[in-house]
Design a protein around this ligand. Structure first.
Ligand SMILES: [Zn+2]
Length: 301
């Protein structure tokens, strides 16, 4: 199996993860964070099943595609010699009900029908591929990945794969046929068509001043971290981390939240809650970044 496109933590999720530690999220943003986190965990769990099993195939995770003006997302896509498999992964936990083509989280919250999402994605993918000259058959499945998921009154359709069915289902995707250069071109085309997701999702608004400052612990993420020689000691969980590592981790967070801002010693000093001297911070930055200067100040890249 060739893993053609890796799954990385979505930028939206990574940003929310830092923000929820440094500000109070609104209930809406907080739900958004939980939903993204659960979705990502479910996808990672599915990867553990599929990556060792799929042999003669190309696997692409997390594709964001566009056909005309409609964007659609594919959690995992497997190119095999005969066809393309498309997987919509749902990490729902608990009891659900299927009734009249509708899905409910019990007791009575209606949710989007994942079969409809899947059909929409499969149709759009088919049109997109056709417009690029590909006519390989597409087969889609909704994968319910959470071991504690139950669907009452489940429809008898091969398009839904329940937790207990995942392993045997994936086993039977193995094939004796071989991939050709055509399939590689197809994987390459899909990879090229992938869009970046940065503008699509709403991020809560924040400013440098509005966020909690300090060095967070790498283990429990508390800000109760104090300096102990060359190391940081977390007073909450007792974890130690080299000062340099803690600082660089916090610089990464800063860069993620303020991509247009220059890395200046003063800002990082403030950002890290003034933990460690100005001079010490500058030494670490000098060692790990390139020093630049504009006509007003020195910064690092
Ligand atoms: Zn800690």
């Amino acid at each position: 199996m060739s893993l053609y496109k890796l799954r990385t933590k979505p930028l939206h999720l990574a940003t929310l993860e830092i923000l929820q530690r440094r500000m109070t999220l609104s209930p809406k943003a907080s739900n958004d964070y939980t939903r993204w986190l659960k979705g990502f965990e479910g996808e990672q769990r599915f990867d553990q099943f599929i990556e060792p099993i799929a042999n003669e195939s190309y696997l692409l995770h997390d594709l964001l595609l566009k056909k005309q003006n409609t964007t659609f997302q594919i959690d995992s896509l497997l190119i095999t010699p005969e066809k393309i498999y498309l997987f919509e992964i749902k990490n729902y936990e608990g009891d659900f009900l299927y009734e009249d083509e509708k899905f409910y989280r019990l007791p009575n919250t209606e949710i989007l029908n994942p079969l409809h999402q899947l059909q929409r994605a499969a149709a759009l993918l088919g049109q997109l591929l056709k417009s690029h000259g590909h006519t390989i058959p597409i087969e889609g499945y909704v994968i319910f990945i959470h071991p504690h998921f139950h669907l009452y009154n489940a429809p008898l359709t091969p398009s839904i794969i329940f937790p207990t069915q995942i392993k045997p289902f994936l086993e039977q995707l193995k094939t004796a046929s071989l991939l050709t250069s055509y399939h590689e071109r197809l994987a390459q085309d899909l990879n090229d068509l992938h869009l970046n997701d940065s503008a699509l999702n709403e991020i809560p608004s924040y400013t440098f001043d509005s966020l909690q400052k300090g060095m967070s612990c790498f283990q429990c993420f508390s800000f109760s971290v104090r300096l102990n020689g060359h190391r940081c000691l977390c007073e909450n969980c007792g974890a130690y981390e080299a000062y340099r590592d803690a600082l660089l981790r916090n610089v990464d967070e800063f860069k993620m939240l303020f991509p247009d801002e220059k890395i200046r010693t003063k800002l990082i000093y403030e950002w890290g809650g003034k933990l460690g001297s100005y001079k010490r911070i500058r030494t670490v930055l000098q060692k790990h970044f390139t020093k630049k200067r504009n006509n007003r100040w020195m910064y690092f890249e």
